[in-house]
Write a protein that binds this ligand. Structure first.
Ligand SMILES: NC(=O)c1ccc[n+]([C@@H]2O[C@H](COP(=O)([O-])OP(=O)(O)OC[C@H]3O[C@@H](n4cnc5c(N)ncnc54)[C@H](OP(=O)(O)O)[C@@H]3O)[C@@H](O)[C@H]2O)c1
Length: 267
């Protein structure tokens, strides 16, 4: 992999964490397929930043809740790149499209969550594999706190969908292991310049204060660059033995114990 130019597709790389991943890989000389849904101008901005880092890029568009559009996106990718070394499934619909508690969530919201995560990953990985040589890298961006806990009630659809996504990661990891392809889930903590910035100002401040006051032991929120760097690291041939894992990239936030009041455990 290190000897020829690598190619990556990152869904939802018009902005947020996806953009951070695109830019970190571009810095390593990887050519990037920047995927967007509606925000073409943001995708063009990512493309400009990819080129500034000396890599090449193309734009691809698809609604990831629609399998036919995923397939058509990969057709474009094959025509433009011919091969793929890295596939990152990162896109996630806007919060109002799935944000509803378990007693009220509509089946449409539920399907949006599952179609955009588990089904999109199932379809995307099966499209990506024929384009991938041995030693490829596949990532699912999850939110492991949402799949493990139940407190943030309106997250039920996305949390359940992420749990299914993490499960698929393990099954695919076994399925493609003999080709030396790794499949991992990466779980960011709360991250700046992402969906966070679309929340009401008061919610943003509460979240920032909570994390900077100690819930994240490193005392800051993550950045898209932090997450991009982890993906770049795991794309190294030296990470070839890590597969089927849910890897937390959260400055230590997942180490805190929610049963013990913060005042007692924060150092
Ligand atoms: N932000 C956090 O703090 C955080 C924490 C843990 C995990 N995560 C995970 O990280 C990933 C990225 O989150 P983010 O907050 O960076 O995202 P974001 O800033 O809200 O951006 C969402 C991305 O998904 C695309 N998208 C939206 N609906 C789509 C659809 N139906 N089909 C295809 N693409 C669609 C958007 O494209 P357009 O620009 O074209 O609309 C955009 O590129 C998600 O999987 C999320 O669950 C985020």
């Amino acid at each position: 992999m290190a000897h020829s130019v690598r190619h990556a597709l990152i869904t939802g790389s018009s902005r947020g964490i996806g953009r951070g991943i695109a830019l970190a890989l571009a810095e390593d000389g990887v050519n990037i397929a920047i995927h967007y849904y509606r925000n073409e101008s943001a995708a063009r901005e990512t493309l400009e930043q990819v080129r500034k880092r000396g890599a090449q890029g193309i734009l691809v568009q698809a609604d990831v809740t629609n399998p036919a559009q995923i397939t058509s996106m990969f057709r474009t990718l094959k025509a433009e790149f011919g091969k793929l070394d890295v596939f990152v499934s990162n896109a996630r619909p806007e919060v109002p499209e799935f944000f509803q508690g378990p007693l009220d969530i509509t089946l449409k919201q539920w399907d949006t969550a599952f179609d955009s995560q588990a089904k999109a990953f199932l379809v995307g990985v099966r499209e990506a594999l024929p384009l991938m040589g041995d030693g490829g890298r596949i990532f699912a961006i999850t939110y492991a706190e949402g799949s493990r806990t139940g407190g943030l009630q309106p997250w039920v659809g996305m949390g359940s969908a992420k749990a299914a996504l993490e499960s698929l990661v393990r099954y695919f990891a076994v399925a493609v292991a003999k080709r030396g392809i790794t499949v991992n889930a990466l779980s960011p903590g709360w991250t700046e310049d992402s969906v966070l910035n679309t929340l009401p100002e008061q919610a943003q401040q509460l979240l920032r204060n909570w994390h900077t006051s100690g819930w994240t032991p490193m005392r800051r929120l993550g950045t898209p660059e932090d997450i991009g760097n982890v993906v770049a690291l795991l794309c190294s041939p030296k990470a070839r033995w890590i597969t089927g894992q849910v890897i937390y990239a959260d400055g230590g936030a997942s180490l805190m114990n929610p049963e013990v009041p913060a005042e007692i455990q924060i150092a």
